[in-house]
Every structure is written in C-alpha cells, then in structure tokens.
Design a protein around this ligand. Structure first.
Ligand SMILES: C[S@@+](CC[C@H](N)C(=O)[O-])C[C@H]1O[C@@H](n2cnc3c(N)ncnc32)[C@H](O)[C@@H]1O
Length: 237
C-alpha cells in the first residue's frame, strides 16, 4: 500500500492544494447537493479535509471517512472538528442514513479487486436514504492506457519545493490496474529529502463501472466523461 496517506500525509496535504482545484470541486458538489435537497452527507476518502472545511462552513450536516488516521489528524487539527471517522470504504456500517454520499479525489481507484468494488457500492447503497445520491469519480481506462506516459510535477508551498517524478507500469492482475512508482524530492532550507512510493490503482471502462452500479442496485443519472476521468452521478433506486 502507498505511503502517501501515512508517512507522507503532510506532503500530500501541501502538494495537492496545488494539484487539485478544491474550490471548483466544492462548487460542483454543492450545486448537485442543493439540486437534490441533500443536507446530510458522507464524504468517503475525505483525506486531509480540503473539501470538508467547505462543506462545514456552508452548513452541511457532514461526516468524513478515510482509511488513514494520519490524513484525518491533519483535517481534525486544521478544522477543529470531530466530524471525521477512520474506516475502510469496503466495510461501511452506519446506524444512520445519508441524503448523499460522495467518494472524492477518485479514491475508489485504491480498491482494485472486483469484490472490493461490490462491497463498497453495496455498503454505500445501505447507507443512503431512498432516492439518495452517490457521486464519485474514477480513472477512465481508455484515457489512462491509451496515453500511458510517465510524468513530473513540481510545486512550491511556503518555503518548500516538492518535485514528484512518476513512472507507470501496467499491472493487469485484477482489472485495468497499473502500478505508480513515485519519487518525491523535497527541497527546504537548502536540505534535500527523497522518498519512494509505490501504489496500485484501478481504472474502469464506462461499461465496466456501469455494470458494477447496476449489480448493486443503482440507477445512473449522468456520466461526465472528461480527460482520463469519469464522474458518475447515480441514485439509489
Ligand atoms: C487521492 S486521495 C483524495 C483525498 C481527498 N478527497 C482530496 O481530494 O484531497 C485518496 C484518499 O482515499 C483514501 N483511501 C484509500 N483507500 C481507502 C479505503 N479503502 N477506504 C477509505 N479511504 C481510502 C486515502 O487515505 C486518501 O485520503
């Protein structure tokens, strides 16, 4: 499993504020949630809480869930909120139901086994009220495997320069999966630190993720197909 959300959690938190556009993401989710009168929401894969703070400020009855306490500790410390729980999306069990569930940041990419996808979607189905909304993004398999390129990113945060060199390797053992080898090079106060990380991620074709949703009882309302990402807006039947 990746170190990005445990030993490297602070690096993730600093880096991704410059990689993801959280404000734009929040506006997208907020308009969908408002259009369905969703107030009580669960965010799965909430990470260090970059969306959580926006949901909480905007008055949502919010709960964030993540596998890694190191990520949740950053969220708890920065937001000063107890609306975060540690858990695995494959084993959801709540004694309450939500108007909407979001899996943010394409976090379902870490679930590489078919059974894990089925368990995640089944658990979300049970956690939703009737007609409740599930919104999530996945890596789109054609976009990823047709343009299977290594890449580099450099960001600056406070006095720190974070460079990431990423190499991808096909690993088709459980689906449209691939291994992501990342080297993080951190430069701060004239000192250099290096960390290596390996992650296996799963992409989906549109048909494949649609079938998982059909088999777990969801009705697809819309699929937004943007570069390398499918965003699925689905409803509990
Ligand atoms: C790409 S990050 C996205 C974090 C956050 N949504 C954001 O946009 O910054 C993926 C997140 O998924 C979480 N995650 C990975 N596997 C998980 C699992 N099985 N159950 C719950 N969370 C998981 C990681 O800990 C990490 O915080």
């Amino acid at each position: 499993m990746t170190q990005l959300y445990s030993t490297l959690a602070n690096i993730y938190h600093e880096m991704y504020q410059h990689v993801f556009n959280y404000e734009k993401e929040f506006i997208f989710y907020d308009s969908l949630l408002k259009s369905t009168n969703s107030h009580k929401i669960l965010e799965i894969g909430c990470g260090s809480g970059m969306l959580a703070r926006r949901f909480l400020i905007n008055g949502y009855d919010y709960l964030g869930l993540d596998l890694f306490n190191e990520m949740l500790d950053i969220a708890r410390a920065e937001i000063k909120s107890d609306k975060f729980i540690q858990g695995d999306m494959r084993h959801l069990s709540f004694n309450q139901q939500f108007d909407s569930v979001l899996i943010t940041g394409r976090s379902i990419a870490y679930i590489i086994e078919n059974q894990g996808i089925m368990d995640t979607l089944t658990g979300i189905y049970k956690s939703l009220k009737a007609k409740g909304l599930l919104v999530f993004g996945v890596f789109e398999a054609n976009g990823i495997f047709d343009n299977f390129n290594d890449f580099e990113q450099t960001i600056e945060h406070d006095n720190k320069k974070i460079k990431r060199i990423s190499k991808l390797k096909k690993n088709l053992s459980t689906g449209w999966t691939y291994d992501w080898y990342a080297k993080y090079i951190i430069e701060q106060n004239n000192e250099l630190y290096e960390y290596d990380d390996i992650t296996t991620l799963r992409a989906f074709t549109k048909d494949e993720i649609s079938l998982f949703l059909k088999l777990t009882g969801f009705k697809i309302k819309e699929i937004i197909d943007e570069e390398k990402t499918l965003t699925l807006i689905v409803e509990k039947k």
